[in-house]
Design a protein. Sequence first.
Length: 211
Amino acid sequence: MSIAIPDTTYETDLLGIEPTRIVLRPLLNLDDDQFLQLCAQNPEQPFEQNAQGEVIIVSPIGTNSGWMESEILYQLTSWNKQHERGLVFSSSALIRLPKGSIRSPDATWVEKSRWDRLTIKQQKKIAPLCPNFVIELRSESDRVKTLQKKLEEYIVNGVELGWIIDPILSQVHIYEQGKPPQVLNKPVTVTGTGSIAGFELDLKGIFSATN
């Protein structure tokens, strides 16, 4: 069943926390090499950066969320191996979106032609590109509203399709270019469109792991 996203905050948002933002501009404006150095010097703490130049401290995830992320990546990679149309990236991969933010979605799929347009140097650092498809997995430390804003940012930057997988409420939020956001309640599977048409994510194990 598909419903429009209500303009309210879920009670379960009280379980999560707002990410900490460190304001650097105008005193300091990190380039890609400096941002990677910041990450290398703090390997235990993942970072992102929004379009305003604020460094965002990403909350660590629990072991169960780590397993769910691994399962999502496994299914996406298995589908990609069959079709060989693109590349799959984990949450360890940083990308710079066209409007300037640096993000690391929990799962990312990029069409091969987009990847091939980058130089080898760009591919080795923070790749400046807009993915075709992204997935954000909600962990116990995440608020729904925070993830919704992230998906809105992805769409504004040109991402074709994005999902929020919410195992806490057994929901999938779907963001697609040219369409209003939708929520699927307790789906067994969710199916891709556009560039990833034919990809079907099996959610039975993921949702049962938290219920």
